[in-house]
Design a binder for this molecule. Structure first.
Ligand SMILES: [Zn+2]
Length: 140
């Protein structure tokens, strides 16, 4: 149950609140109860678990790290001239840590955008009755 008055949702507002790890609905409560475990807001009781972020956060995180960090890193001569063990020993931990730091923020941003556009869980799919099955109450 949502008790706090809902501000006019906008993509920018949801994005900012999600990036900050806050509830997109009120901006005050925490979005996570663990590293990536989304929770209902402790302030406004908005159910943030109903937004299916799915594979979007890892996809965008890889996109950001790959294009903004790894690609420019290849322009430095250090990468090509230093011993491989030294390059891998310094860059891989840094890229791994950066990825792990970005992932919850990107997931929050995705959830914030889903909140803003009103996207909810997928509707439960009901089995389609087969044509050969007789309809309930129908007489032959
Ligand atoms: Zn909230």
């Amino acid at each position: 149950m949502d008790q706090a008055p809902r501000e006019q949702p906008s993509v920018g507002l949801g994005l900012r609140r999600g990036l900050a790890g806050r509830c997109p609905n009120c901006g005050k409560g925490h979005l996570y109860r663990a590293y990536l475990k989304v929770q209902a807001c402790e302030v406004c009781a908005h159910d943030n678990t109903r937004y299916p972020a799915d594979d979007a956060p890892p996809y965008f995180t890889i996109l950001i790290v790959g294009h903004l960090v790894i690609a420019p890193l290849l322009c430095f001569p250090f990468i090509w001239q230093a011993p491989t063990a030294l390059v891998l020993g310094t860059t891989l931990p840094a890229v791994g840590i950066l990825t792990l730091l970005l992932l919850p923020r990107v997931k929050g941003a995705v959830i914030g955008v889903q909140w803003a556009i009103g996207q909810r869980e997928r509707p439960v799919e009901r089995p389609v009755p087969l044509l050969s099955e007789p309809h309930a109450g129908a007489s032959l």
